[in-house]
Structure formats: structure tokens, C-alpha cells
Design a protein around this ligand. Structure first.
Ligand code: SF4
Ligand code: SF4
Length: 218
């Protein structure tokens, strides 16, 4: 009984705490982000600099190569703009819901963390009908993170094969897009439906990119 009483009290406190705090979920992407990070965000500037990944060539910044190492400061500065993603192809098939399955082919762990964050109360991807699933057989979208390591080639191709049609591929983070400073990208960027830049991409970039892939508009 004591255990039951304790559990009731804890539940009650949890409920009251939640009620007192109010709703913490942001309205993003319908509204502007409340607290956009400077790194990563779109870089603006001019001039040639010593960039370790050739993300700046002839004065043009390439978001898909940038590892946001800040070496190009002060010539290039972050703007807080979070829309550093490219939707290559979207389809109406996913407009009602988007089920995503993650495959880490060789990341440092940070891309995983940022992707998981979109399901936290602050961003609450579920309110946009974006869900994480535990098997590629239930997935609409395969989200790939990290460089392509030898050991992960087979699991990646098996996951791709197991997915039902229609399916989409998302490259998340510089490693999976261009390999960053470590290796090769997982697939060619032109084979992906959505490319999310950042090292790692911020939850705002991930959330808005996935929403656009679904066909949602700002
Ligand atoms: S932040 Fe680093 S990787 Fe990105 S453009 Fe600047 S120097 Fe290159
Ligand atoms: S893109 Fe950056 S954060 Fe993501 S796995 Fe590569 S090194 Fe880590």
C-alpha cells in the first residue's frame, strides 16, 4: 500500500509540475525558432580562407561540406539562419505521416543525439506526425548518419531493401553527405531526397527539413 501511495504521490507531483510549467513546445516551424544556435547556421562572408574541407571556394560557401570548425572567422560569420537543408524531391505520399528509421553507418554520436532531440518536449516532432520506428519494414524514410564504414555496408543495404515503397532517403550531417574530414559520404547527395547540413545539424534544421519532405509549408 505504501508503494502504491508513493507511486500515486509521484504521479500527482509530476502532473502538477507539468501543469505549472505550462506548454514548453515551440511552434517552430510554423513560427520562428525561439533559440536558434549560431553554430551551425548559414555562414555569410567573403574572401578565400584556409578551409579544411574546401567548403569555401572562390568565395562561395558550400553548406554540405562545412564542418563548422570556425576557422574561417572573422571573414565568414554565422547568421543563426537554420534553413541549411535541401529537399531534392518530396512526394505527397508522406503528407499525413512520416515514419523514420535511423541508420548510423559510422558517426561520432552527435548526429544521433541531435536527431533524437526532435522528439523531446521542446520540439515534439510527433505533433507534426513525424515518428521514429524500430524496423525498416515500417519506415517511409531512412535517415543516414556518419561516414560509410565497411562493416555497416551490408546492414545499410539490407535496411534499404526491407523498406516498403514509396521510400525516401535522408542524409543527415556533413559526414553522410560529403564525408567531412574523415572519409566518404554514404551515398551520392543526388541519390537522397533530403540533405540536412550541419556537424551536427541543429534540431531546427532537422525538423524543418523533414516537414518540407512531407510537403509542409512555412
Ligand atoms: S567553418 Fe570551417 S569548414 Fe566551415 S567553411 Fe569555415 S573553415 Fe570551412
Ligand atoms: S557530421 Fe559531425 S556530428 Fe555528425 S557524425 Fe560527422 S563529425 Fe559527428
Amino acid at each position: 500500500m505504501v508503494v502504491g501511495g508513493c507511486s500515486y504521490k509521484m504521479t500527482k507531483n509530476w502532473f502538477l509540475r507539468g501543469t505549472l510549467k505550462g506548454i514548453k513546445t515551440e511552434k517552430f516551424p510554423a513560427a520562428d525558432p525561439l533559440n536558434p544556435p549560431l553554430w551551425p547556421s548559414r555562414l555569410n562572408g567573403s574572401g578565400d580562407v584556409q578551409c579544411p574541407t574546401d567548403a569555401i571556394k572562390d568565395g562561395i560557401w558550400d553548406e554540405q561540406r562545412c564542418i563548422f570548425c570556425r576557422r574561417c572567422l572573422p571573414n565568414y560569420k554565422p547568421t543563426e539562419e537554420q534553413d541549411i537543408f535541401t529537399v531534392r524531391e518530396n512526394t505527397n505520399e508522406f503528407r499525413k505521416s512520416l515514419n523514420i528509421y535511423f541508420v548510423d553507418t559510422g558517426s561520432c554520436g552527435s548526429c544521433n543525439t541531435e536527431l533524437s532531440t526532435i522528439f523531446s518536449p521542446r520540439y515534439d516532432a510527433n505533433r507534426l506526425s513525424i515518428f521514429a520506428v524500430n524496423t525498416p519494414r515500417h519506415a517511409d524514410v531512412l535517415v543516414l548518419m556518419g561516414v560509410l564504414t565497411e562493416m555497416m555496408k551490408e546492414p545499410l543495404y539490407k535496411a534499404l531493401e526491407a523498406m516498403p515503397e514509396p521510400k525516401a532517403i535522408v542524409l543527415l550531417g556533413t559526414c553522410s553527405i560529403t564525408g567531412g574530414i574523415m572519409g566518404k559520404g554514404v551515398l551520392l547527395p543526388e541519390d537522397a531526397n533530403l540533405i540536412l547540413a550541419g556537424c551536427p545539424p541543429s534540431p531546427y534544421t532537422i525538423l524543418e527539413g523533414l516537414e518540407r519532405l512531407k510537403g509542409g509549408k512555412k
